[in-house]
Design a binder for this molecule. Sequence first.
Ligand code: ADP
Ligand code: MG
Length: 355
Amino acid sequence: MSENIFKKFASEKGVFKDERVLLPEDLPGALPHREKEINEIALALRPAASGGKPENVIVVGPTGTGKTACARHVLKQLSEYSQRVLPVYINCWGISTRHGILNKIASSLGEFVPRRGIATDEITERLADVLSKEKRIPIIVLDEIDRLLASQYGEEKVLYDLARANEVFGVGVGVIGITNSEEFLSKLDPRIRSSLAQREMKFERYAPQELKDILHERAKLSFFPNTLSDEVIPLCAAHAAKMGGDARIALSCLWKAGRAAEREGVAKVSEAQVRAAFAEPEGIDMEKFGEMEKKIIRVLKERGELGSGELYSALKTKETDRTVRNYLTRLEKLGIIETKEREGKKGKSRIIKLK
Ligand code: ADP
Ligand code: MG
């Protein structure tokens, strides 16, 4: 009788020990080259561990520089250390209204709020009420916080609400705002700005050597020994450095190359497999795009997310609106960008960002 095919699969080890370590959702236990940044976020939050008011922090830096990972890391450590904090993580790309954010905070505090049919002011009142009785200090991470400014309905008012929670109820709510946008702070009302950015931190792009160190650490956990050819890590690091010092790109290249090695059933990941990984959309290989598409990608990379009108003017192009739209459709189909509809006073419009 021939061998059971699944048994055979199971006996082939492949290259991965644990590939989940390379995926964006994984929170690394250690974050090399971010000790200083982690320390600074922790210092800002330290008062919360003993029931005091933490400092609010704004973290600014390009994509893939470890902003989200560092914030999550500090929150995790803080909640392991102290029972007095309540971490609430919100990605404002997912929850982008004042109503939604207050709702999420209230429900994290154990307050039941119906999703619909309740006015925002009422949530604010209920939240104030719950907060005044709450012993724990909520630490609210608003990731991609610049998204709140994209709406014409003043969703950023939620930032007043959070600042006000401190003054009026004496509750030490802490806010960590994270953004890719260098201009975010200057777009805010000065009154919110000063209370939100008690500390402002910049995350720099990773240098090639730093990316190598990061990859080495992750590779130890994700691959079996001796399954990477010598060039693999330096190549992934160099590529990611060229693509904006982005650790996400570095890790995704390594993961895709590992995947290819498993698919091809070889014992070692090769240089060719890494190069093939560069060509896949997530690592965005610019060579396969036309001039206009490259321009769109660069603008979005630089500016974070934009409304279609803003994008159009940032492109400074002679092409028609419609031609640009066609490019956008193609980029969206390729999984390079994503677009969302937003409701404004002038009707619906679209926001565009890199995926
Ligand atoms: P950002 O929020 O700045 O866009 P992320 O925190 O999402 O960046 O980081 C992108 C990816 O790179 C994540 O998978 C994260 O775990 C990983 N990463 C970032 N910095 C480091 C680091 N110093 N060490 C290990 N992994 C890192
Ligand atoms: Mg992030």
